[in-house]
Ligand binder design. Structure first.
Ligand SMILES: [Zn+2]
Length: 140
């Protein structure tokens, strides 16, 4: 994994290739980062060009995690029979953070903002170099 820190902006210049496989990008996917404040949370979103295959894979994992959250929610609302579901739900709660991390890996890019800078993490070093070159050019 390679970290690239750039000043926060509305427009990041992503190479027009998939961050996972470096094939030409023919679609894009929104990656998010959730910031937690004292009482509110804000979801930041950046669109990243990628290939159709990896977008599908990314969305599939997103659906899986959404379904798991719904299961947990229903369980806590309707209190399903404890003896059947207690360990199942505990297993889900433990598994979910790992799953969410896995989702981020699916597309090969994650980010977080620190102050007025944005820290990107790329799984592909080659892609990271291209991104860095496109986003850290000095303005003449
Ligand atoms: Zn791809």
């Amino acid at each position: 994994m390679v970290k690239v820190v750039v000043p926060s902006t509305k427009e990041y210049r992503f190479p027009n290739i998939c961050p996972r496989c470096l094939r030409p990008a023919d679609t894009s996917v929104g990656i998010t980062h959730t910031k937690h404040y004292v009482v509110v949370r804000r979801v930041e979103r950046i669109d990243v060009p990628c290939c159709t295959d990896h977008k599908k894979e990314y969305q599939f994992f997103g659906v899986v995690s959404a379904v798991l959250w719904i299961v947990i929610l229903l369980w806590s609302i309707f209190s399903l029979p404890i003896e059947i579901s207690f360990f199942f739900v505990i297993a889900l709660v433990i598994a979910l953070p790992f799953l969410l991390k896995e989702i981020k890996k699916r597309i090969g890019v994650s980010f977080k903002t620190v102050g007025n800078r944005t820290e990107f993490t790329f799984w592909n070093p080659e892609y990271a170099e291209l991104f860095k070159a496109a986003n850290t050019m000095e303005v003449a």
